[in-house]
Write a protein that binds this ligand. Sequence first.
Ligand code: PLP
Length: 401
Amino acid sequence: MTVSLSKRVQKVKPSPTLAMTARAAKLKAEGKDIIGLAAGEPDFDTPAHIADSGVEAIRKGITRYTAVDGTAELKDAIIAKFKRDNGLTFERNQILVSSGAKQTCFNLCAAVLDPGDECLIPAPYWVSYPDMALLADATPVIINGGAEQGYKITAAQLAAAITPRSKLFILNSPSNPTGAAYTAAELRALGAVLAQHPQVVIAADEMYEHIYWGPEPLMSFAQANQHLFDRTVTINGVSKAYAMTGWRIGYCGGPKEIVAAMSTVQGQSTSNASSISQRAATVALNGDQTCVAEMNKAFKERHDFVVAALNAIPGIKCLRGAGTFYAFADVSQAMRALGMKDDNAFAEYLLTEAGVAVVPGSGFGAPAHMRISFACSMKTLQDAVGRIERALRAAEARRTA
Ligand code: PLP
């Protein structure tokens, strides 16, 4: 091809989670027996009352463009949700509805980052943050929260990473990929550092707030740091809490100037999120929340099983998470014992030898790890962990033979 692609797009890479999910799907289609533990979505169906409201929306002709920033009824449902769950008060002009929280994050990067700006990202991170910063021509600055600190960064690390060019700080709690959640005290400690740097906008990605079993009540960043409310954008969505990944509805509440700028980005790219999905999301947020608690209970049971089972495999160490449906395991010892050069080789081995698709940790800024999604039945999980153990023991036996 003679046409050159933009420098911007050449800096970014496709999402490793989507890549592994696609690779597992391809092998499955070829007839291979593959258990996919790479995808980041609940295995449950969208609860019936929510799904029905979508069908009804189509029948009722709710099939037209809406306001770019979302319907009034959904915005009101979001305002009520923020009040109910997080003690946060927003007006309609502080809310933006997007086609998934992924778009919310992208809009925010496009709205606040300039070339040369720095975007502070704690690692392990959700795969998309650094690339979104790069797409906005900014520089991702990674702050490492290792296993020894529970995969969370400290206030001192944040203070050391901030420079006059720091513009955006993205905090994801509970975290994809580690399941770690910041306590109220930890959020306040980070907030105290950010208070010294008024140029920094805070993105609090709280997508997994309803998949949580930590010892203390989960707190929203802005709730713990009221003094930073005017520069915090709180991001959430219905994908994970209500098993609605395919409906593509994410949202945020934040300062009206930033939200208006994000809306402008969206207005010139995709316009409104699906009118049908907006109706279903309204029903999800306003309706009976029993389904959320039921799914949370199932995820917690699977978490307890999978963390214990992984820790029983020689060479794998997995910390307990406080939420989400991911287990993030340190596989460095297993890799070394088997002579594998990196976590990509390790994941490839599990895919081809064990028939289990996991995501290598390097995609999350944490080499020598793997992420397992336990959004699947207990039976599938048991099968998958058994396969991993057998494949690793077989490799070990081959090496020592
Ligand atoms: N934020 C985090 C941390 C995520 O893990 C995801 C999805 O994987 C998203 C945001 C975006 O979710 P969606 O675009 O489905 O709303």
